[in-house]
Design a protein around this ligand. Structure first.
Ligand code: ADP
Ligand code: MG
Length: 233
């Protein structure tokens, strides 16, 4: 499916928020690295997907009615073998039905377990007077507690991508601090530019997007989008 086909499908169902699977599909069309994934509607399919993807895997609920998947017990990580996939599949559906009995369940997403990296966030919002704005910060407490984020108007230039990184107070944590190896800044700049380009091309459609978290690895090792959400206007 093309990006516009995905958007039309979402609209035709009366939704504005793309699911994680739909959001990651759009990102991958724009060349942004996301976790490998597949959707299972049965235990058997979940097992065969996990085998294909390779253990360990992460499994998550797929429902247009659930935005915060962990809040309803809809995320299970580090699943190491086929028996665990079976258990996780049943447990996730049980958890979700307990927390939100009326949620439409479209299946369970089986995805590669991304190795730990530095957590970052890239987002975009639409400002009523300035148009689309790109946001960048480190994940977790850096954004939630310290509000350590930078903003630029979309589209950004390469120089502005580097500035966005330098402008946050926690930037030294990315550049190699007390013996920690530097993060893959090139991959980060590349992704900031791709997100900017994507939002700029799809400006009339996208009202908001949130890539949270992205795991950023050491120099040369790139990054991976672990969770994503796009909201249509
Ligand atoms: P939520 O809808 O609750 O935000 P997420 O998809 O963000 O759900 O999952 C919650 C957390 O689980 C993430 O912030 C991340 O730390 C971890 N996680 C989710 N998916 C993966 C994955 N594929 N690999 C590694 N960690 C993951
Ligand atoms: Mg998340």
């Amino acid at each position: 499916m093309s990006v516009l086909e995905i958007f039309n499908k979402v609209r035709s169902e009366g939704r504005k928020a793309l699911t994680e699977v739909e959001s990651k599909k759009v990102l991958s069309i724009y060349g942004i690295p996301v976790t490998k994934l597949g959707v299972a509607k049965s235990v058997d399919k979940a097992v065969s997907l996990a085998r294909e993807i390779g253990f360990p895997v992460a499994m998550k609920i797929l429902s247009p009615d659930i935005l915060h998947k962990s809040d309803v017990g809809g995320v299970m990580l580090n699943i190491g073998c086929e028996e665990e996939v079976e258990k996780a599949y049943k447990k996730i559906i049980e958890n979700v039905l307990k927390h939100k009995p009326d949620a439409r369940i479209e299946g369970v997403v089986v995805q590669e377990m991304a190795p730990m990296g530095r957590e970052i966030i890239i987002g975009a919002i639409r400002d009523v007077s300035f148009g689309p704005v790109l946001m960048f910060g480190l994940g977790g407490i850096f954004v939630e507690v310290l509000n350590d984020v930078s903003f630029k108007l979309i589209p950004i230039t390469v120089e502005e991508a580097y500035e966005m990184i330098d402008e946050i107070k926690s930037a030294p944590l990315l550049k190699g601090y007390r013996g920690a190896p530097p993060a893959d800044i090139k991959a980060l700049v590349d992704t900031l530019l791709k997100v900017s380009n994507m939002v700029s091309e799809l400006e009339e459609h996208i009202s908001e997007m949130d890539l949270n978290p992205i795991f950023l690895y050491e120099e040369g090792k790139g990054l991976k989008v672990v969770d994503a959400r796009i909201i249509l206007s």
